[in-house]
Design a protein around this ligand. Structure first.
Ligand code: ADP
Ligand code: ASP
Ligand code: MG
Length: 415
């Protein structure tokens, strides 16, 4: 008898019928002889609605109060699912994140899990109960309620699976697995049979919203086998694991993208040794995240630095730079919004030079201008006009042969 952690996202628990369906999926796993811990999200769009409510009262709401508000969403689901399981004749108990021993760092709205005390969950499992835990939430050592960042229920599930030494963690969602790119935008996207932890980490960090990046980090660090699968269809999903055999001619595994990108250029900076560190220390100290950075030395005394940020951070970024204008000594700030980041990811790139060149060629052939570039061993990211985002993804999807792909037969086997 093993321990299985199952996680069901918002759409999968979006109505009473869906919750009944989830209860049945949980019971299936119990009938296979496993002890089951279920992590659930808030129903449907509840979290967005709660954010909207707060927005009607406060323009810049207190993060502490937002955590208090948003954690109620998951609490509704745990009790309803537990009631459904009890009605079906199965012993079950629900726990909030803090009751389940999930301790986080003392940061509101985007806290990391630092420790999980599994005593309560383990005791309940020992007593033959199905344990239902609220995702996305925890508490600090002094008892303040925190949340793990949007999409954080995935992380609750994987972290719990690691702490409980579970055999497997299954992420049930509204798609049948991880696709070559977001199937909501690209019709030709194909389900992948398997993806490596490193590839999934890049995809998740670069905008593939199907998994919370920190969930993948946990899975990689604890070598926790992860499967992303459908809560409605009875078919195998995508396995995320350490090593994945690469398809012969396939160097790119998937394409991720995100919009709402802005490029900021700080002009007329002194070209001193400390200019770069001063700018980015100033931004970091103010909690502003910067993505791609490009420095161009204009002449011996003057330089300019461009970097990309989330468009929602533009106002704060300009305010922080302006506040420190005297110290930083720049002459002007320019910015361009309406941009998007499109990234190709695949471990096959390590042994295949020329992938970036091919990407640029494809984009050029489609008359898509590349405004910024960044690369790592297994990814190439480009910043393009937001209007060209989907066109770029579709072109790259074709060029890198992602529409015709691997063991589709394997993924059709019913389980
Ligand atoms: P949940 O509420 O179950 O956590 P999410 O909305 O967070 O579900 O994640 C599932 C969604 O992720 C899908 O509906 C899909 O639109 C999106 N997505 C983005 N990139 C991918 C990808 N590469 N493969 C599958 N889904 C993706
Ligand atoms: N309910 C939270 C959100 O919508 C957490 C999650 O679903 O993972 O972001
Ligand atoms: Mg999600």
């Amino acid at each position: 008898m093993g321990i299985i952690v199952q996680k069901f996202g918002g759409t999968s628990v979006g109505s009473v019928e869906r919750i009944q369906n989830v209860a049945n999926r949980v019971i299936d796993e119990v009938k296979r002889g496993n002890k089951v811990v279920v992590v659930v999200s808030a129903m449907g769009k509840t979290t967005d609605e709660l954010v909207g409510l707060a927005g009607q009262i406060s323009k810049n709401p207190s993060k502490r109060e937002m955590d208090m508000l948003l954690t109620t969403g998951e609490q509704v689901t745990i009790s309803l699912l537990t009631l459904a399981l009890l009605e079906k004749g199965y012993e079950a108990v629900s726990y909030t994140g803090w009751q389940a021993g999930i301790r986080t760092e003392p940061i509101h709205s985007n806290a990391r899990i630092v420790d999980i005390d599994t005593k309560k969950v383990n005791n309940s499992l020992e007593n033959g109960k199905i344990v239902v835990v609220a995702g996305f939430q925890g508490a600090t050592l002094d008892g303040s309620i925190t949340t793990l960042g949007r999409g954080g229920s995935d992380t609750t599930a994987v972290a719990l699976a690691a702490a409980l030494k579970a055999d497997k963690c299954d992420i049930y969602t509204d798609v049948t697995g991880v696709y070559t790119t977001d199937p909501r935008y690209v019709k030709k996207a194909r389900k992948l049979y398997s993806v490596s932890y490193d590839e999934m980490l890049e995809l998740a960090n670069l905008g593939a919203g199907v998994l919370h990046p920190r969930a993948v980090e946990f899975a990689k660090n604890y070598l926790m086998p992860l499967e992303v699968r459908s809560s409605l269809e009875q078919e195998n999903g995508t396995i995320i694991e350490e090593e994945v055999s690469m398809e012969k001619s396939l160097v790119v595994r998937g394409i991720a993208f995100e919009d709402q990108v802005t490029r900021v250029t700080v002009c007329g900076l002194p070209s001193g040794l400390h200019t770069l560190s001063m700018i980015f220390t100033t931004l970091a100290k103010n909690g502003l995240n910067v993505d791609i950075i490009i420095q161009s030395t204009t002449n011996e005394t003057e330089t300019s630095i461009s970097f990309s940020i989330k468009t929602t951070d533009l106002e704060d970024t300009i305010a922080v730079l302006e506040k420190n204008r005297e110290e930083l000594q720049f002459t002007a700030i320019e910015h361009e919004s309406g941009l998007a980041k499109v990234s190709i990811v695949g471990s096959g790139m390590i042994s295949n030079p020329g992938v970036a060149a091919e990407m640029f060629q494809v984009l050029a052939n489609h008359e898509i201008q590349v405004k910024m570039v960044s690369t790592s061993e297994i990814k190439v990211s480009t910043v393009v006009d937001q209007d060209n985002m989907v066109k770029a993804v579709e072109a790259l999807h074709e060029a890198f042969n992602l529409s015709v792909i691997e063991n589709e037969e394997k993924s059709k086997v019913n389980v």
